[in-house]
Ligand binder design. Structure first.
Ligand code: NAG
Ligand code: NAG
Length: 324
């Protein structure tokens, strides 16, 4: 793999649905909830009978234990760096038996490698936690939290929490473009497929809202045509695979227009490029710890080119002002 590699155009949008922050409360750590796929799964799939797993070496080689953790990375993944910024310990996988008692206050990670927006994405991985089930688990989590701290406090924790959702890429690499003449590609043109995905994505976001989420960080699909797996399969000259790049561009474009409704207080999208002096990818699909750190730095401190309408540092600063 040649370096420097351009991990270009990783769009992120912060969708802060509504900010309802109690003005009198003493500052407490922000809980963190994570949804979606292998970019952010931190071990749920280790508890499942699936082939989509990161439980063998050399995954995790750059962690303190040098052992695989279930993360699809040599070390930290995107949620880990966000937890660092929140001064919190990493969230536990929802399926972890250790997620009990006060550890519930940190939040939870519901992500499962292989999933997509549609239920038929990742069927080859058999037993994974599909999006609708991640949302059911979120509800179940809230009942457990309420048993621990009471209903009102549980609702406050969820409404002030940060939520990260990154779903997107698998709908293409593990569905529409998985095999030539896939069922979905026979059924839909690419633009119609993307429109269908976005309309389902919208339902997922509305469901998160119904479940109490109010600060939602949405990352768009990365440069799917440039991941090593697609370069190897679809590119003869080292250029990023055109049809997947087209899909990434379409999903970005339609997300941007559909996720800008008047009812949402803040919404936006980012677009830009990063250059790495080191390897951007750890395996055929997933960023290295180094790249994950750079992505999170853009989420935290980036200009509107990378994240809109505001970056997370600004969002946290606003919270503090509102609470003071
Ligand atoms: C996925 O399956 C669940 C359960 O059968 C269903 O409620 C949901 O609507 C399905 N989602 C999509 C996008 O088809
Ligand atoms: C993003 O965050 C940094 C603080 O790290 C801040 O200085 C900067 O102005 C922010 N950018 C925007 C556009 O809000």
């Amino acid at each position: 793999m040649a370096s420097p590699l351009a991990l270009a155009s990783w769009p992120v949008l912060v969708l802060s649905l509504v900010m309802t922050i109690s003005a009198t409360r003493v500052e407490a750590a922000t809980a963190f909830f994570v949804f979606s796929d292998s970019l952010v799964d931190n071990g749920n799939n280790n508890y499942l009978a699936t082939t989509a797993r990161a439980d063998s070496p050399p995954y995790g080689i750059d962690t303190p234990s040098r052992r695989p953790t279930g993360r699809f990375s040599n070390g930290k993944n995107i949620p880990d760096f966000i937890s660092d910024a929140l001064c919190s310990e990493p969230t536990l996988p929802y399926l972890s038996p250790q997620l009990q008692g006060n550890r519930l206050l940190v939040g939870a990670n519901f992500a499962s490698a292989g999933i997509g927006i549609l239920n038929d994405t990742g069927i080859q991985f058999i037993n994974i936690i599909r999006m609708y089930q991640q949302l059911q688990y979120f509800q179940q989590y809230q009942n457990r939290l309420a048993d621990h701290v009471g209903m009102d406090e549980a609702q406050r924790i969820v409404s002030e929490a940060l939520v990260l959702i990154t779903v997107g890429g698998n709908n293409f690499v593990n569905n529409y473009f998985l095999v030539p003449f896939s069922g979905r590609s026979q059924q839909f043109s690419l633009p119609d497929y993307v429109r269908n995905l976005i309309s389902e994505y919208r339902k997922i976001l509305m469901r998160l809202y119904e479940l109490g989420a109010r600060k939602v960080l949405v990352t768009s699909t990365g440069p799917m045509g440039c991941v090593p797996a697609e370069l190897a399969m679809r590119s003869s000259n080292g250029e990023c695979a055109a049809e997947l790049q087209r899909a990434a561009g379409l999903i970005y474009y339609i997300e941007d227009s559909l996720l800008r409704p008047r009812t949402l207080q803040w919404c936006g999208i980012m677009y830009g490029g990063i250059k790495l002096e080191e390897y951007a990818f750890w395996d055929a699909f997933h960023p290295t710890e180094k790249a994950n750190g750079i992505i999170v730095d853009m989420i935290l401190n980036g200009s509107p080119t990378y994240i809109t309408p505001i970056n997370l540092t600004t969002l946290f600063a606003l919270d503090t002002v509102i609470r003071a």
